[in-house]
Ligand binder design. Structure first.
Ligand SMILES: NC(=O)c1ccc[n+]([C@@H]2O[C@H](COP(=O)([O-])OP(=O)(O)OC[C@H]3O[C@@H](n4cnc5c(N)ncnc54)[C@H](O)[C@@H]3O)[C@@H](O)[C@H]2O)c1
Ligand SMILES: O=C(O)[C@H](O)COP(=O)(O)O
Length: 524
């Protein structure tokens, strides 16, 4: 049974996929109300109101996925979630149209003083000349951040006869051409635009992106809009420029602190606002709720999510192809870790053969998580694998090769420590399964599942018999046994599997046998 906490107001109709699923309990409560039971939840669903801090994450040790029913994830400590192995997903396009339409409504309201005129009439006044506005037609609209919402605004602005200038360092010339917009640097855009609207995420780079220094280069009388995130336009600087009438007016759907109690911008007639309503339409709320409900369901069923912030995107079809290799590399990582009884400095992997015509980074993360899972307490998975390796100074190497050592595909993993190195090769054959085919250069073949003993010894009569006798005397049943050697009389290996893990006592007894170089135990 999975328990899901819905901590913000998410449209219930959109949560239907989760409500219909068996083995899922959905609980709708604010974080403060769920304080006592936070440790029980497997998934957390939020909008922008709940701040998912590291402190909250640490109170939720069972948490596997955080889903944001919306776009901006600036209310979620994504690095902390990643560190704790928690997947973060959002609903990137469910509210695009609603937010673009809201921005456009705000732009028209700003240019035509609609909120001010409305209040005046409601107050019994009829001051027509006080609210003379400006046309949007023929004006230059500067869009900062040309993603999904920026793109929809550009399309609408064109229909209104506006000239669209955009600044987005990540905008390709192809997309700019397709949207028929002029791509400029921010320095070029600011002095040209009559109206500027921001649509970037809030990041350390975009915080204060528009500030009094660069806004002073704008035309006097410029209009500004922020329907993205509070703080992209510096609020104190905006206040100063509005007082000076350098900025003629501003439309704000978002604030640094929400609700913006005591914010001095609210005192100005030239500022019009809405209470973070960009995504607040029936359609957008249904879309984002459905998107995240489906993502959470897919994730809890063990399938790949489409819109993860901290995992590479992979389609269901691709994941199905990748899955056997995904398990195999995890087991290879686990073998490497359990055999290397010392600190690990380097993990390298080569994907050889025809099977790897896809982004192998998900496999490498699975391999690394296999290495660290047996060594660390707490969640270790492909979300935090790279971070764990980095924190421990472990070098990761990944190569793709056409050489598969005679197999259709072959994954070669080397785990290096201070004194030792372990080389493991594995392959996967459809309808047959995965096999480890070489250990430290010894050809061998075994299914990487169960409890194993790896013995490296001198190839001479009696060694295998001695091992069998000691195990038999203690009634330890050998489930499978594989042997391999490079040359007669040289070093050889045996890999034995058991129904139960081998006891410490038995391991010691076997270790005392002559002609045994070293032994490793592993459980896969
Ligand atoms: N008011 C609301 O209710 C509401 C609703 C939806 C989204 N939003 C906000 O709007 C933002 C944009 O949403 P979207 O769906 O268009 O996202 P998006 O990811 O499609 O677009 C963001 C764009 O910003 C650009 N960008 C990033 N850093 C930049 C920088 N330093 N300078 C200029 N451009 C930069 C990116 O290249 C990208 O094209 C979201 O992050 C969210 O915070 C607000
Ligand atoms: O980033 C978003 O999707 C919007 O800001 C919407 O936020 P909300 O879910 O709190 O309305």
């Amino acid at each position: 049974m999975y328990r899901i906490l819905v901590a913000d107001a998410i449209k219930p109709e959109g949560l239907e996929p989760l409500l219909q699923a068996s083995e899922i309990e959905l609980i709708q409560k604010k974080i403060e109300e769920a304080e006592e039971s936070l440790h029980e939840f497997d998934a957390l669903l939020v909008r922008s109101a709940t701040k998912v801090t590291e402190e909250l994450i640490e109170k939720m040790p069972n948490l596997k996925i955080i889903a944001r029913a919306g776009v901006g994830v600036d209310n979620i400590d994504v690095p902390a979630a990643t560190k704790h192995g928690i997947v973060v997903v959002n609903a990137p396009d469910g509210n695009t149209i609603s937010t673009a339409e809201h921005t456009f409504a705000m732009m028209a309201a700003l240019a035509r003083h609609i909120p001010q005129g409305h209040s005046s009439v409601k107050n019994g006044e009829w001051k027509r000349s006080a609210f003379t506005g400006t046309e949007l037609y023929g004006k230059k609209l500067g869009i900062v951040g040309m993603g999904r919402i920026g793109g929809e605004i550009a399309k609408r602005a064109k229909v209104f006869g506006m000239d669209v200038l955009v600044f987005d360092p990540f905008l390709t010339s192809d997309r700019a051409k397709k949207l028929n917009v002029t791509s400029l640097s921010l320095e070029e855009l600011l002095p040209l635009a009559d109206i500027i609207t921001v649509h970037t995420p809030l990041t350390s780079e975009t915080k204060g992106l528009l500030n009094k220094d660069n806004l002073r280069t704008c035309k006097k009388g410029v209009y500004l809009l922020n329907c993205a995130r509070g703080g992209i336009i510096d609020e104190d600087d905006l206040y100063e420029l509005l007082l000076e009438n350098h900025v003629a007016g501003a439309a704000l759907d978002v604030f640094v602190e929400e609700p913006p109690a005591g914010n001095k911008l609210l005192e100005l007639d030239s500022v019009i606002t809405t209470p973070h309503l960009g995504a607040s339409t029936k359609e957008a709320q249904f879309n984002v709720a459905t998107q995240v409900a489906q993502e959470v369901l897919v994730f809890l069923e063990g399938n790949p999510v489409a819109n993860s912030i901290n995992l590479p995107a992979i389609s269901k079809e691709q994941f199905e192809k990748v899955q056997p290799y995904y398990q195999l590399v995890k087991q290879m990582g686990s073998i490497g870790s359990q055999c290397m009884k010392e600190g690990i400095n380097e993990i390298s992997v080569t994907y050889g053969g025809e099977a790897f015509h896809f982004d192998t980074s998900i496999l490498t993360k699975s391999l690394i998580s296999g290495v660290f899972k047996t060594r660390l307490d707490g969640p270790v998975n492909e979300v935090n694998a790279l971070l764990i390796a980095k924190e421990r100074g472990v070098t990761i190497g990944e190569k793709i090769s056409t050489d598969a050592y005679g197999y259709a595909n072959c994954i070669s993993v080397t785990v290096k420590g201070d004194n030792r190195q372990l080389d493991i090769r594995g392959t996967h054959v459809e309808n047959y399964g995965s096999r480890i085919v070489s250990l430290n250069g010894f050809n061998i073949e075994f299914l990487p599942e169960g409890n194993f003993l790896y013995i490296q010894h001198t190839d001479q009569p009696g060694v295998i018999g001695n091992v069998g006798r000691i195990l038999g005397d203690d009634e330890v049943n050998i489930a499978t046994m594989q042997v391999g050697r490079k040359q007669a009389g040289g070093e050889a290996i045996m890999v034995l599997s058991f129904d139960k893990p081998l006891s410490d006592e038995m391991f010691e007894k076997l270790n005392e046998l002559p002609d045994i170089s070293f032994m490793y135990r592993m459980s896969l």
